[in-house]
Design a protein around this ligand. Sequence first.
Ligand code: XUL
Length: 515
Amino acid sequence: MSLVLGLDSSTQSLSAVILNTESGVVVADHSVNFGKDLPHYGLPHGYDDSGTRGEVSSNPLMWLEALDLLLVQMTGDGVDFSKIKAVSGSGQQHGSVYLKSCFGEKLAGLSAGSNLKNQLAGCLARDRSPIWMDSSTTSECAEIAAAVGGNEVVCAKSGSVAVERFTGPQIRKFSKEDPAGYAGTGVIHLVSSFFASILAGKNVPIDFGDGAGMNLMNLAGKDWDVDLVNATAEGLAEKLPPCAPSNTGSGPISHYFVKKYGFSPACETIIWSGDNPCSLIGMGAASPGKVVISLGTSDTLFAAMPEPRTDPNGFGHVFGNPAGGYMSLICFKNGSLARESVKEQFGLEWNAFEKVALARTPIGNGGLMMLPFYEPEITPAIDTGGPVFSEEGDHSADEFVRAVMEGQFLNMRAHSDWLGVEPTRIYITGGASESDGIAQMIANVFGVPVDRLDVPGSAAIGAAMRAAHGIGEDLADLESKFSQPKEGRTIEPEAGAKGVYDAMVGEFRQFLGRQ
Ligand code: XUL
């Protein structure tokens, strides 16, 4: 039997899947929700957005406690970790963890008699981790861009213009606001490489997939870019772990997990990647051709790319593809966040987002359009202070539901043409992808059939597939077992919808331009 473990540390939860790569079966699927299961951190959605200038952060101690809790719960549910051959993981992208130089030594000496949180708390050089939702670093982005000769240079080197949520601008802000804390930082990890280091019991590299989301890595050279690193903060080169290909092995699992949870001392660890690069693998989209929309806390649209191609408007990104080559990604912050706001405003259940509610309103909402930006949006970078309608008046709950979804996917269509890919089919994943109403909306707005995969959580599945690939299993074989569309659940576009949305996408652009 060949079992591999994939972990996924996302914005709101930490999840685990175990795959049997011989039989093609998902044998375990567990999750700890930060808000519900660890309420004592006071972060109901896994993050603190109380900052007044767009700061959004999380608590690395909560992540550590979640890892122990998840493994305790899985043991309680009868999971036997001794058969796991390899483990890897997926982390929310861009978030950073600031550690003192003692981190590596502490990891090597962890005692199974205590827990991760108590043993590693003293190694934090900063008690908060800024995460991808943070938008507070506009001036640091401008400073970095100016120092290297403009945003065109940042984009040509790193695959993205300087972006508020990316790690480099976040590091610069920390170094300016807390010089002593920055000076006391020995190593800066991403969420992905932080967890990967804990599993390996030593500091491990940052992979090319997630590393590209920092404004620090040179895409072509696949290593830290000296100019960008120097423009970001003094002494940063010494604080960054090395960059490495995503399938890099980092040795056997730490003795902490062997003694405490019964892992085999021969279980191999593979370095982690970001959630979007892992989803690319989990969706079977590692080779160019498939366009994926992931519907999570944020919505993202991504695809493998044969050649790195950058967004002239600066909203899209190029990351490393964990299977080699590159991937494009566009992130829309108002994903589930906006859908949840409408649900809460009208006291609705999720089934309001199903086809049945949409059937009560016409395709195109009779010309009513919404800019669905409940939070400051990333793509495009705009803060409308809340949703904006094209027509004043009291709008019904049904009109709101249609308007938020049409607004989201028209915005996605309007901002993805730079990819130069005309999708012929779209694959969707993430919590909201189970909704037939949302799937139908995507099929209608893009005018192509929409498919879902048979397995849950593509980021965790992709992480587990990467673990198997890292110990020599064939990726194409893994894709044929775990990344197959659910039979009989393809959603076709409705007759006449494409024409309505082809016309509306131009009107949406104009409406956006007037803000
Ligand atoms: C991608 C991004 C988000 C996070 C969410 O650039 O910021 O999709 O990765 O976890």
